[in-house]
Design a protein around this ligand. Structure first.
Ligand SMILES: Nc1nc2c(c(=O)[nH]1)N[C@H]1C(S)=C(S)[C@@H](COP(=O)(O)OP(=O)(O)OC[C@H]3O[C@@H](n4cnc5c(=O)[nH]c(N)nc54)[C@H](O)[C@@H]3O)O[C@H]1N2
Ligand SMILES: Nc1nc2c(c(=O)[nH]1)N[C@H]1C(S)=C(S)[C@@H](COP(=O)(O)OP(=O)(O)OC[C@H]3O[C@@H](n4cnc5c(=O)[nH]c(N)nc54)[C@H](O)[C@@H]3O)O[C@H]1N2
Ligand SMILES: [Mo]
Length: 773
């Protein structure tokens, strides 16, 4: 072929990069030259863009076409048939179904929660388009909070107030401030560098990895409490405390025990800035329940020596210490407790509100942390208001579908699950992200109609009655920046749409026309006009000197104005707690919360406690299922996205998700590198490929999320590709937050004898033509 490939700048949640295009096809991807530490995940883009698993035409399940809407246990069945239809037919069918459901059952019968990460891009953001449309046709049942950190979202406002929780999530200290002020970071859940490649909405450059390195070079010491050695950068020289997963709360209570016993707790801080310190102290010392939370007590549970804990407590009290609780730690049963105990521990150290000290949650969980803040907002599609107030905590989706009309507890309320007749999902993959996928399949059999708008034939698309093909971010003009980003970037279209794929804006505009709200949806603009409009609206709110749209587009971006680089979380509160009280009932940090106590939840009482989870080594279920599987974030991709891409594939073993296992545990089971294993428990099973490794501690195995769910050989395993959610229990963190508990799974592992079944996850269904049906 003649000539050089054309180069297009683009952005994904996993960074800013360039794609190389020849004859309308993406033939390569390479880092943005300005990114000091680009993520290898960009290597997935070329294959994913043109993969046979792309959806090229609208499709409808044959049974749904034949029988009409209604519950159907065959949704998601192996070999289920789809019929290709043209856009007009698909949109007519769908508009009619929206109308039928809202008229017959009311808008709360439409579940539009549609959780998921979709793609970067402020205008074509999948959920923003869907929700804007659903609001205009009368509203929908939404989802509240995240899979990422629901316990942070629900518990932490009770402890430090809504603004405090917001500041913890949005304006944590910069790596620069940490380098300058911090002596010791004690991080529960590591500082996993592959996680910092990702920031929601993308990031102009990776600032986390250089930030961590600079802090370490400046002499900041890191102690990583984690089941995996490589949860920190090797050259940071972190000290590794290989605690048993799910025991962080016990460790923190023991650290507080040392602080109280040895007179190291900052009682002046506790008196002035907290309430409930006495309640907590009595619990820690054992006055409440007769059980002193000593290092010896914790040592049994966390499998670290008591002296190590004692020594750590003394070191933490001897300098500026930052206590970081990674989000993974709260993605487990009683996930509220390590957060609350972590805040309490930092309060005992008396450093909350000091630069580089105190409490944080999420360093190592996202790339944006430590990179500063941009308070000026970002361009966005106006969202309108949902006319109805119906919601579920996001991870209760299967419960909702299976138990309409039943009640459940959530954050002090007794709530009732709505009766959902129609599920609409765009930009998310619940058959990646949710727990107990066999149960989720049953749940997806309940509604009358399931609609999925997707770029690829994911397992979720294969559970849908109506499947609509969306363009990818490389196929449309957009702009993007993440929260706290450095620069707003243009994302020009690099290639034409795949097959008949359409922009979601155009899909919902066409549906809006059929339902009589086209004018309200489009406001008379094309998506290209909206792009210009949201930019210009944003520009009006910025200081002088921000270029107009054409100049922005021509330059490829604009530095975000007004960056704040050195906010100290709780700094004002510390300086003057009377003038700047927290938004809690007491105005202080609530180590005991009368509000939470008043809810009467045995699984989340009024102060941090150690409720032993069953899903734990030594827990009640561990007799049968002796290995604790860590289902953490995949380093080869974002969740399930682009799992068919070259970089993700390069990590697979025998074509399946890699499972890392300690040599002792491998030897005990006769396992070797490259073996295919069956991972099983009482919930389900999956196949995976073995990597024997010293990185996980003994008793712990790692099988990251993201392998496309493949139930094609149910007699062999629930999933033959290695999706850990085939094995997770669908149970909430507690009655308070109802967050996911998917990080920890007790399992057994056996060598797979014989020829394992092929992986069919990426084979799209065969589409029949409508004629002849
Ligand atoms: N066991 C276990 N499970 C977990 C977790 C865990 O730690 N352990 N972590 C949880 C967490 S924190 C999260 S955030 C979730 C993530 O779960 P999800 O966010 O659901 O996972 P993704 O794979 O990112 O799904 C995004 C989907 O959007 C599609 N998509 C991309 N761009 C577009 C677009 O422009 N339009 C449309 N219509 N679709 C698009 C992609 O093809 C993909 O299928 O997983 C959770 N699940
Ligand atoms: N490359 C990549 N990056 C991502 C994502 C991705 O899919 N791919 N997903 C993004 C999203 S949506 C989110 S929410 C964040 C999540 O960020 P995190 O929640 O921080 O990420 P995880 O990788 O799930 O977990 C980090 C580490 O916690 C440790 N850990 C697990 N359980 C315990 C425990 O009980 N105690 C202690 N002390 N440690 C434990 C594990 O060793 C694990 O490697 O990551 C984001 N970053
Ligand atoms: Mo997440």
């Amino acid at each position: 072929m003649d000539g050089e490939p054309k180069v297009y700048p683009t952005s994904a949640h996993w960074g800013t990069f360039q794609v190389l295009v020849e004859a309308g096809r993406v033939v390569g991807a390479r880092p943005d030259p300005a990114d000091p530490a680009p993520s290898p995940v960009i290597g997935n883009a070329p294959d994913a863009q043109h993969h046979p698993s792309r959806i090229d035409r609208p499709a409808v399940r044959r049974d749904w076409l034949r029988n009409g809407p209604g519950p159907d246990d065959r949704r998601g069945a192996v070999g289920d048939e789809y019929v290709a239809v043209d856009w007009e037919t698909a949109l007519d069918l769908l508009a009619r179904e929206f109308d039928r459901v809202r008229t017959a059952h009311g808008n709360a019968a439409v579940y539009g929660g549609s959780y998921g990460w979709a793609s970067a891009g402020r205008l074509h953001h999948s959920q923003s388009q869907l929700h804007r449309f659903l609001k205009l046709i009368g509203g929908y049942t939404r989802s509240k909070n995240t899979y990422s950190h629901a316990a942070v979202e629900v518990l932490v406002p009770h402890v430090v107030g809504a603004q405090g929780a917001h500041d913890l999530l949005e304006r944590p200290a910069t790596w620069r401030a940490i380098a300058e002020h911090t002596d010791l970071i004690v991080t529960f859940g590591g500082l996993r560098v592959s996680n910092t490649w990702v920031s929601s909405g993308g990031r102009a450059a990776n600032t986390a990895e250089p930030g961590m390195r600079a802090a370490s070079a400046a002499g900041v010491r890191t102690v990583s409490v984690s089941p995996l050695r490589d949860d920190t950068l090797a050259d940071m020289g972190a000290e590794w405390l290989p605690a048993a997963p799910g025991t962080d709360t016990a460790i923190m209570l023991a650290l507080m025990h040392v602080l109280f016993e040895e007179g190291l707790a900052d009682t002046a801080f506790l008196d002035r800035y907290t309430v409930g310190a006495q309640v907590l102290r009595r619990y820690v010392l054992g006055a409440t329940d007769g059980l002193a939370k000593t290092p010896e007590w914790a040592a049994e549970l966390c499998e670290l020596p008591a002296d190590t804990l004692r020594d750590l407590a003394r070191r933490m009290a001897s300098g500026r210490t930052l206590v970081n609780v990674g989000w993974s730690v709260q993605r487990s049963r009683y996930g509220e407790q390590p957060l609350w105990a972590g805040i309490a521990l930092a309060a005992c150290l008396g450093q909350i509100g000091l630069p580089g000290g105190g409490f944080a949650t999420g360093y190592g969980s996202t790339g944006r942390y430590g990179g500063g803040a941009t308070p000026g907002g970002l361009p966005r599609m106006p969202q309108g208001a949902n006319p109805i107030d119906s919601f579920i905590p996001v991870a209760r989706v299967a419960d909702m579908l299976l138990h309409p009309g039943e009640t459940y507890a959530f954050d002090g309320e007794r709530r009732t699950y709505p009766d959902i007749r129609m599920v609409v999902w765009s930009g998310g993959n619940p058959f990646h992200h949710h727990q107990d996928l066999k149960r989720l399949t049953r749940a997806f059999g309940r509604p009358d109609t399931v609609v999925v708008v997707e770029t690829h034939w994911t397992a979720t698309a294969r559970h849908a009655d109506i499947v609509l093909p969306s363009t990818t971010a490389l196929e449309r003009d957009d702009l993007t920046a993440g929260r706290g980003d450095l620069r707003l970037r243009a994302m020009p279209r690099a290639v034409p749409p795949h097959g008949e794929a359409r922009d979601e804006y155009d899909i919902y505009a066409a549906l809006a026309r059929r339902l009589g709200v086209e004018k309200e949806f489009t406001e008379g603009r094309t998506s290209g006009e909206w792009l210009r409009h949201i930019y210009e609206q944003w520009r009006e709110r910025q200081p002088e000197g921000v270029p107009d749209f054409d100049a922005f587009w021509a330059a490829g971006g604009v530095d975000l104005p007004g960056r704040v680089d050195d906010a100290t979380t709780f700094g004002e509160f510390r300086a003057d707690p009377v003038a700047h009280p927290l938004q809690t009932p007491s105005g202080r940090i609530e180590l005991y919360s009368a509000t939470v106590d008043s809810f009467g939840y045995p699984d989340c009482p009024g102060h941090p406690v150690w409720p032993p989870s069953d899903e734990r080594r030594g827990g009640r279920r561990a007799g049968l299922w002796p290995l604790l599987l860590i289902a953490n974030q995949p380093s080869g991709k974002l969740h399930s996205q682009q799992d068919m891409g070259a970089y993700s594939r390069s990590q697979k073993i025998a074509g399946r998700a890699p499972l890392r296992i300690h040599p002792d545990d491998a030897a005990a089971r006769g396992l070797r590198d490259g073996d295919v294993v069956k991972v099983l428990n009482d919930v389900g099973s999956c196949l995976a490929g073995v990597a024997v490794s010293e990185e996980p501690r003994p008793g712990v195995v790692q099988l990251s999320t993201g392998a496309w769910y493949d139930p094609s050989a149910p007699d062999t395993a629930t999933c033959v590709h290695g999706n850990p959610n085939a094995l997770t229990r669908d149970i909430g963190t507690s009655s308070l937050s109802q967050g996911t508990t998917a990080q920890h799974i007790l399992v057994e592992i056996k060598k797979f004898e014989g020829t394992p079944p092929p992986v069919r996850a990426f084979d799209p269904p065969v589409l029949a033509d409508l004629e002849g049906d």
